[in-house]
Design a protein around this ligand. Structure first.
Ligand code: SAM
Length: 276
């Protein structure tokens, strides 16, 4: 029987965020697949665990992925860890999960630290519906297409960004959504200097125009406002009155109902129907 691939989240800044289940899973697996073995070795040492490590990252996933899947098919269990946060969210872990799913290898995701959810929760922006946009491409065309596709997005949007690219991303977001759009810059989450800056995109641009961004950021941006309902005219009201009268209502009652439905002044609507 195939072993299981465990997706094991690791702290995004605060080592106390390692849960019992995270620790127990790392202790129980046969080997750990790590984005950067040096980073993960430090964490394993901190937890007092000694595990065989293999490397699995952006540049070796094509060879390393199938090797890991073969070991899983032979019955070993593996914990996939990345440098920080939840594996498979904006990192090559998603490919390994797809390989396992295709090969019928069980995958078990352990809940834990994840930058997108931590930022969204603290943003102060609506969380009921949101969309995770990950990193914007550095390729000009795909970046523009991505942002064009978000112009009318009503849900709260979450972006990852590296600090040295933050200013350009703020410029592009401000050009796409307007400088008055609200946002939350969630910086150094779970770390000593954690900061949530709630402002408009224009204000964020002004801020980082004078002081360069430092540390890690998640950008949470408010969705577009709902388009304003077009206001009803007296002609719309008169048409509604006619329809109600055709349905058997007296003019007075039809006017009262149409005025309430469409937010029109009763007397003006009454006069308008008489003028027809
Ligand atoms: N898989 C990870 C997750 O979802 O938690 C994210 C990996 S992604 C390669 C790294 C990005 O996550 C950073 O560029 C930054 O946007 C965000 N990030 C990670 N840790 C953070 C922190 N402590 N504070 C703010 N953003 C963070």
């Amino acid at each position: 029987m195939a072993g299981t691939l465990y997706l094991v989240p690791t702290p995004i800044g605060n080592l106390s965020d390692v849960s019992d289940r995270i620790r127990d899973t790392l202790a129980a697996v046969d080997f750990v697949a790590a984005e950067d073995t040096r980073v993960s070795l430090k964490l394993l040492n901190h937890l007092g665990l000694h595990k065989p490590l293999v490397s699995y990252h952006e540049h070796n996933r094509a060879e390393s992925g199938p090797r890991i899947v073969r070991r899983l098919q032979d019955g070993e269990s593996c914990a996939l860890v990345t440098d920080a946060g939840t594996p498979a969210i904006s990192d090559p872990g998603e490919d390994l999960v797809a390989l396992c799913a295709g090969a019928g290898v069980p995958v078990c995701a352990i809940p834990g630290p994840c930058a997108v959810i931590t930022a969204l929760a603290a943003s102060g922006l609506p969380t009921g519906r949101f969309t995770f946009e990950g990193f914007l491409s550095t390729n000009r065309r795909s970046r523009r297409e991505h942002l064009d596709g978000l112009r009318d997005e009503r849900r709260t949007m979450v972006f990852y960004e590296a600090p040295h690219k933050l200013l350009r991303t703020l410029e592009d977001l401000s050009a796409a959504f307007g400088p008055d759009r609200r946002c939350a810059l969630c910086r150094e989450l779970t770390k000593l200097h954690e900061e949530i800056l709630r402002m408009t995109l224009g204000e964020a641009l002004a801020l980082y125009g004078t002081q360069p961004p430092r540390g890690e950021y998640v950008l949470v941006v408010a969705g577009a406002d709902a388009p304003a309902e077009p206001e009803a005219t007296l002609d719309d009201g008169a048409a509604r009155v006619r329809a109600l009268m055709a349905g058997g209502l007296r003019r007075k009652d039809a006017v009262r109902q149409a005025a309430a439905e469409l937010g029109l002044p009763k007397n003006a609507l009454y006069d308008a129907t008489l003028e027809e």
